[in-house]
Design a protein around this ligand. Structure first.
Ligand SMILES: [Zn+2]
Length: 416
């Protein structure tokens, strides 16, 4: 029976590797086709704002990124094939020294380091060739290396103790290890979200409060009605790495922050800055961060429960082309193979995220002026060379924010 299960799982898994990658290539090609159709002029609604040459730059830039994405997809598929059906992961597991927990930790670290190294040429190409060509890159090789080294040190100092703890729970708690690991990881996630704004993000960027005399009063009024503190509005030196602009909301409790990229501020009028701030405050006021944390807690509970169920099932391991049954292999399968199965649910996540963007827009329209937000958004599109056209299905999988046209139409409807 177990033999049959593992056989079916192998077939299923192989099919998913192929179907997923082919589907992602298909989706990318749909988006490229959309860009090809609208390569010359922007849609009617945007003509007063975007010049033909700005629109063309956005199309060329995004097409270049997508084309690189196509190669990346093929490459990823081959790597995945090597790790599992060709048993690369199993060979790595058996080749490493040490026993028990040390062996498990070493296995996962070695695997991550190889994945990191395989991803490096792609990010070098993306930063220093692609972004550079379109005039966005501001990073230097030195800063790029420093960022990677910091990322690795941070990842190791968080990951290694966490892995040891999980493997300790696995070996000492028997059937209930998954529940204890779930609780541990959930608490840890809260801790990370909490320290992110004040401890982690400042390792990579400098932050200073957003002031400026004219802005100050506007900010005061907005943050007060959102129950926020003006001291929690920051500017980040994003221009060190790239000229792309953005704004985001992060953290919770006393550690929450609205962050503007300095690159964005340069482009915007005060009224537009306030409208975007109101949008970010909308996310806070409407409790979007606690809501998404709750969703992720529920999903992670399901994930750990499933790990508890599958962790002692031989067919599950054999079904993914690994004969060694161990907690390290189990974690590897859940982080590397599971996304293939959950990929098909991404449109649900996208849909929820878009709903929240619309809600934050509605909040901003009420607190400020819809026209200011429309103008701010259009400047964001212009500055980032983001195309204002998109394929509906592609965007349903990959874009957490609603397409430009839908968002602007909705904002127009608030004008009265
Ligand atoms: Zn938003």
């Amino acid at each position: 029976m177990s033999y049959l299960y593992s056989y079916y799982t192998q077939v299923f898994f192989l099919l998913f590797i192929i179907i997923n990658h082919v589907s992602e290539i298909y989706l990318t090609r749909r988006q490229l086709e959309m860009f090809r159709k609208h390569a010359q002029t922007p849609p009617e609604e945007f003509k007063t704002f975007l010049t033909d040459s700005e629109h063309q730059k956005a199309i060329q830039y995004s097409s270049a990124k997508l084309k690189m994405g196509l190669f990346h997809l093929v490459f990823d598929g081959i790597v995945l094939f090597y790790w599992f059906p060709l048993r690369g992961a199993e060979k790595l597991y058996l080749a490493l020294p040490f026993e028990g927990m040390h062996h498990e930790v070493l296995f996962l670290i070695t695997f991550s380091m190889i994945q990191f190294a395989l991803g490096l040429p792609w990010s070098i190409f993306s930063t220093f060739v692609l972004e550079e060509k379109f005039g966005f890159n501001k990073s230097t090789p030195k800063l790029f290396i420093l960022d990677r080294v910091k990322g690795l040190i941070l990842g190791a100092s968080i990951g290694v103790p966490l892995l040891y703890t999980i493997f300790f729970l696995f070996s000492s708690l028997g059937d209930w290890w998954w529940l204890a690991s779930f609780v541990l990881l959930t608490l840890f996630q809260f801790f990370l979200v909490w320290i992110y704004p004040t401890i982690i993000a400042p390792l990579f960027n400098k932050f200073h409060p957003l002031d400026g005399d004219e802005l100050k009063q506007g900010i005061e009024a907005l943050v007060q009605s959102a129950g926020f503190n003006a001291k929690e509005v920051f500017v980040m030196d994003a221009s060190r790495r790239s000229s792309h602009g953005n704004a985001y909301f992060t953290g919770f409790g006393k550690n929450k922050r609205v962050v503007f990229f300095d690159t964005l501020l340069k482009q915007l009028e005060n009224s537009e800055i306030l409208a975007i701030l109101a949008h970010e405050l909308g996310h806070m006021k409407l409790k979007h961060i606690p809501k998404s944390m709750l969703t992720s807690i529920i999903l992670s509970f399901l994930g750990f429960w499933l790990m508890g169920k599958l962790g002692n099932q031989q067919w599950f391991f054999h079904g993914h082309f690994i004969r060694s049954m161990s907690p390290g292999v189990l974690l590897l399968l859940f982080t590397q193979a599971l996304p293939l199965y959950t990929f098909w649910f991404t449109p649900i996540g996208t849909w929820i995220s878009r709903k929240r963007e619309f809600e934050a827009d509605a909040y901003a329209a009420k607190e400020t002026n819809p026209q200011n937000l429309i103008q701010g958004l259009l400047k964001l599109y212009q500055q980032n060379a983001s195309p204002v056209v998109t394929d509906k299905i592609y965007s349903g999988f990959y874009h957490s924010h609603p397409p430009a046209l839908e968002r602007i139409r909705k904002l127009e409807s608030f004008k009265s």
